[in-house]
Design a protein around this ligand. Structure first.
Ligand SMILES: [Fe+2]
Ligand SMILES: [Fe+2]
Length: 180
């Protein structure tokens, strides 16, 4: 079993991942409203990815014999000044999530909880990718002006597909195994 402190911290991270999903869904709706459907698709895919992150924590807590506790999810903002402002917030948010993951790793090391440290390493790598992909869009948005450039970028972001990360399912593998 997890220590009480670690159990609580992993539950908080589940909540943080669900908030991320909520935030990106809110951004998807904002982009739809301003007719940038490619940007909206990028955000919808991002929201689904965050859901898979939450499920990884949910499953892991269960695998360790503890209970995942669903806490209220805060309501994210609903509007942004511009596509650039929204993506700057994505980048800032992902940097914050990286520091949350790093804090969890520090806690696992302090507690000599090797299993949790090992579990968290996937997120350490994932956060590098999350920050890079958000920053990539920020940089492109700084290059383009409204109009043609924005239209082209909307087309590009609209091509984003959703694939489950290897070893991930929307309903956890643990749950499937238990129901057999
Ligand atoms: Fe995440
Ligand atoms: Fe993320």
């Amino acid at each position: 079993m997890l220590s009480a402190k670690m159990e609580q911290a992993l539950n908080e991270q589940t909540n943080a991942e669900l908030y991320s999903s909520y935030l990106y869904l809110s951004m998807a709706s904002y982009f739809k409203k301003i007719n940038l459907n490619g940007f909206a698709r990028w955000m919808e895919v991002q929201a689904l990815e965050e859901l898979t992150h939450a499920m990884k924590f949910f499953d892991y807590i269960g695998e360790r014999g503890d209970q995942a506790v669903m806490k209220p999810i805060s309501g994210p903002p609903t509007t942004w000044d511009s596509p650039l402002a929204a993506f700057e917030e994505v980048f800032k948010h992902e940097q914050k999530v990286t520091s949350l993951i790093n804090n969890l790793v520090n806690m696992a090391i302090e507690e000599r909880d090797h299993a949790t440290n090992n579990f968290l390493q996937w997120f350490v790598s994932e956060q590098i990718e999350e920050e890079t992909s958000a920053d990539d869009v920020v940089q492109k948005l700084r290059l383009v002006q409204d109009g043609g450039g924005l239209f082209m970028l909307d087309q590009e972001l609209g091509r984003r597909g959703f694939t489950l990360p290897p070893g991930t399912t929307i309903i956890g593998a643990g749950a499937a195994a238990r129901s057999c």
